[in-house]
Design a protein around this ligand. Structure first.
Ligand code: AHR
Length: 838
């Protein structure tokens, strides 16, 4: 477990409520009682109590969880029942076994040398687990009442270790809980505006990765269908299935469709393609029957814009017929119209037309009006604005892509997240299902509770990367589904059966062939060329796994894939995974695996509180250099209520300054999640909220943009000093103040610019001067600055979710010093051009 330096320094001096009052003065051993309780139906993990005489028991915490169940989905599972513990003399560790629930005859198994450090859990059928024993001892404990558990006799240092681990965790929780709202009343009660000097140090500069700031796109919160993917018809393929969304009773193959003057049903007998088996049958008894689609909360229509309409159809009874296609507002106003002719026969034909809008409406519907009575089969009913990003067909929303482009992302990770590894192995995202003609793509249910058409598929993702000037980082499952899987049994332990792993590995290798291969020699590359991209996409990296449980099942499969990819494509960077948290068994075991295999880079994830980000700016300082690099692939600062606001955004800005300082270890970062359709979120906070007609970048987005637009190629060290009078007024608050001043100076070799980033996470203004006099263009040749000082400032109220930056007007250069006053709670970026570049 990695402890923050900040945490460790402070731990010893703090008072805690841990019950350590009785220590075994003469004895060197104690009784340790391991138990779980039925509180929260057994979701509170493994607890310990200790005693020297088996009469007086001291609960540690009380009820501190030393390990929790990792099994199955949150909410329904993650339970621990009847834990039993035994010492394995041969291996010198404790083995812990517990039951998972009352229904499945399964147990979890994990080991620990000290009850502080744990291996990830493996799950077995109870019948095959010979070491399973029922806990025998019953005790009445002061906070838990009567509990059953396991009594052990252990050396006292082990108990002392548990007490101090509990103290560490409590201290961690205390600093993680630090909130800016407490600044004025509490820690910074008497703080006056500050004067700070920053000395830029020319020595010790280090290269920054050229892909430090990127984006992570996942189809969560309707990020793809109903979001970035510009398709306006919802459920165009009639493939919605009830299992996708249990909350919405109207969910199914006719979701979002309405039939008037006709009977509509779903058939599968003779589909356009076996991957897309459902289609609608419209039985129109009389002329003028209507089939309409409501879009995603309506279809937005803009006067003067053109919309590409298409469908696959056939007339099976009645004569070949004309179908009027129109866009109609909620008040009944006709906004656009055209028509198509459906032909009679058994063959599916694709019909197209263009609609030009003569009026606008934010909420409209698509209507298909059948001129004649008859029986019609329809599928893939589609409407796209022509005005997509870069005018691409089957394209992406221009406004959302422009918001992405403004971030200047250096890479895009896709398609998930949890979407990549799926809910159970049947839900794993298979990239090859997402390419080729739209009607042949294989839709899938979305782990977040809706439908993926895969219309936005790998080809479109790669094209987006190219359009953004970003590198693609596709993430494929490591042969295991999501660690929180609720289907298929066994949580993540239900990996792809080993006898099917070769096929899966081939699938991974085929992706590289599809992306980079030569169409003349590779059938996969030919598919890419046929889709419109004969040139290779230039894939340089690939992610294997997403915050998985680093169990034996995972390790075996990951290693098989990893070795095959490395052998076949040694030039490709493989990004591994180290679990969902910044500490704990998956983090530790994931790093062990990365070190053992020498993986080039691993993906770390953590969603933490502002206090965590403030107090862990040293997180990467102690990481090994010249070894496995870090991709901070998912992170965000969270507060209760889960707003993305100035308070969270500034803590991310502080942390990103520390990441720039450690850019020799951290080579990529991406905030998560990226998009959220308003009214359809499964996860908050997100970076960009949107509906059909508006895009609302959050305050956190502005921080990402300011870092993305002001990335550097070289990190220049600096040190922060407070004026003597300020140091005196601060007293005990001294280190708290330091932690809330973020500085990062970088050089951008391409534009011959220095960028100074300054974060003031304090309730008072900070007058900063930055001494740049040590900087030189060459030995003995100090930098001469050009006249203009450009910059921007992000500030506002702590709770503001939509802050926008303003030009920084008070920054100036005076005798080699940059002078600037940062208001309370603000983030400023200043760019200084070098005039005497040789
Ligand atoms: O970003 C949202 C989710 O968080 C991702 O899908 C998953 O990887 C993580 O748990």
């Amino acid at each position: 477990m990695k402890n923050s330096l900040f945490s460790l320094l402070a731990i010893a001096s703090l008072p805690f409520g841990v019950q350590a009052k009785v220590t075994p003065a003469q004895s060197d051993s104690a009784y340790l009682f391991a138990y779980s309780t039925l509180k929260s139906e057994g979701r509170n993990g493994l607890h310990f109590a200790w005693s020297t005489d088996r009469i007086l028991w001291h609960e540690i915490g009380p009820e501190h969880a030393f390990v929790k169940s990792d099994y199955g989905p949150w909410g329904a599972q993650k339970r621990m029942l009847n834990p039993s513990v035994r010492w394995n003399t041969e291996k010198a560790f404790y083995e812990v076994v517990f039951e998972l629930n009352e229904q499945e005859h399964k147990v979890a198994y994990c080991t620990t040398p000290d009850f502080v450090h744990w291996t990830p859990q493996d799950y077995y059928d109870r019948s095959v687990t010979d070491y399973f024993t029922n806990p025998k001892t019953e005790l009445r404990l002061p906070s838990s009442g009567v509990v059953k558990g396991e009594m052990l006799r252990v050396a006292w240092p082990l108990v002392a270790g548990l007490i101090s681990e509990c103290q560490r965790a409590q201290y961690q929780a205390q600093i993680d809980g630090e909130r800016a709202a407490d600044d004025l009343q509490g820690r910074f009660r008497n703080l006056k505006p500050l004067q700070t000097s920053v000395r830029v140090i020319a020595e010790g500069q280090k290269d920054i990765s050229d892909r430090l700031i990127g984006i992570f796109f996942e189809d969560i919160n309707y990020g793809a269908d109903g979001g970035l993917y510009a398709e306006l018809v919802q459920n165009r393929d009639f493939e919605y299935t009830e299992r996708e969304n249990h909350r919405d009773k109207s969910w199914g193959p006719l979701k979002a469709w309405k039939c008037e003057g006709a009977e509509c049903s779903i058939a599968t007998a003779d589909p356009i393609h076996s991957n897309n088996e459902h289609y609608v049958v419209v039985d129109a008894a009389a002329p003028s029957a209507l089939l309409s689609n409501e879009g995603y909360d309506g279809i937005p229509v803009r006067q003067g814009e053109k919309y590409d309409f298409s469908l696959f159809g056939r007339v099976v009874e009645g004569k070949s017929g004309r179908v009027q296609v129109r866009l109609v507002s909620t008040s009944g106003q006709l906004l656009a119209q055209s028509s198509i002719n459906l032909t009679k026969g058994a063959k599916w034909s694709r019909m197209k037309t263009v609609l030009k809008a003569t009026a606008s409406a934010d909420v409209a519907r698509l209507e298909l009006c059948f001129a004649d009575a008859g029986r019609y089969h329809l599928d893939m009913v589609s409407l796209f604005p022509q005005n997509t990003f870069r005018g691409r067909k089957n394209g992406l929303r221009r406004d959302l892509c422009e918001a992405l482009a403004a971030l200047k992302p250096r890479f895009v990770r896709f398609p998930g997240g949890c979407v990549s590894h799926g809910n159970g192995i049947d839900n794993i995202y298979h990239w090859q299902n997402s390419i080729g003609p739209l009607e042949s793509r294989k839709p899938n249910w979305n782990i977040w509770g809706y439908h993926q058409t895969l219309g936005l598929g790998y080809y479109e993702y790669f094209q987006l990367c190219e359009d953004l000037g970003a590198e693609p980082l596709p993430v494929l499952a490591a042969g295991v589904p999501c660690q929180n899987s609720g289907v298929g049994g066994n949580g993540q332990q239900g990996g792809i059966p080993l006898d099917q792993m070769q096929d899966y590995i081939q699938e991974v290798l085929d992706l590289v062939e599809w992306a980079n291969g030569d169409p003349k020699t590779s059938r996969w590359a030919r598919m890419r060329a046929e889709a419109g991209h004969p040139k290779p996409f230039g894939l340089k990296m690939i992610g294997i796994g997403n915050e998985d449980l680093i169990s034996d099942v995972f390790k075996q499969r990951f290693e098989m894939i990893y070795k095959a990819v490395r052998e076949r494509y040694p030039e490709l960077e493989v990004v591994g995974t180290v679990g969902p948290f910044w500490e704990g068994s998956d983090y530790e075991e994931g790093w062990r695996l990365a070190n053992r295999l020498g993986i080039q880079c691993v993906d770390e994830h953590y969603y933490n509180s502002p206090g965590w980000f403030i107090n862990h700016q040293d997180f990467y300082d102690s990481y090994r250099r010249g070894a496995t690099k870090v991709y901070l692939g998912e992170y965000a600062s969270h507060i209760p209520g889960r707003a993305n606001c100035l308070e969270t955004a500034l803590s991310e800005a502080l942390y990103l300054c520390s990441v720039e300082r450690n850019a020799d270890v951290v080579e990529m970062t991406s905030y998560a999640p990226l998009f959220a359709r308003k009214g359809h979120t499964q996860w908050n906070p997100d970076m960009i909220y949107f509906d059909n007609v508006s895009v609302e970048p959050t305050t956190g987005y502005q921080v990402q943009r300011m870092f993305g637009q002001n990335a550097g190629s070289v990190y220049v060290p600096s040190e922060v000093m407070l004026s003597t009078s300020d140091s005196r007024q601060l007293g005990a608050a001294h280190s708290d103040v330091f932690k809330r001043i973020g500085v990062s100076v970088v050089k951008d070799d391409d534009t011959h610019t220095y960028v100074v980033k300054l974060v003031n996470y304090l309730p008072v203004a900070n007058e900063v001067d930055v001494d740049l006099s040590s900087l030189q263009v060459a030995e003995g040749q100090p930098v001469v600055w050009d006249e203009t000082v450009r910059g921007e400032l992000l500030t506002g109220e702590l709770a503001d979710t939509r802050c926008e930056s303003v030009p920084l007007t008070n920054a100036r250069l005076e005798s080699g010093k940059l002078k600037i006053t940062l208001p309370a709670y603000s983030f400023g970026v200043v760019r200084l051009g070098v005039a005497n570049v040789r």
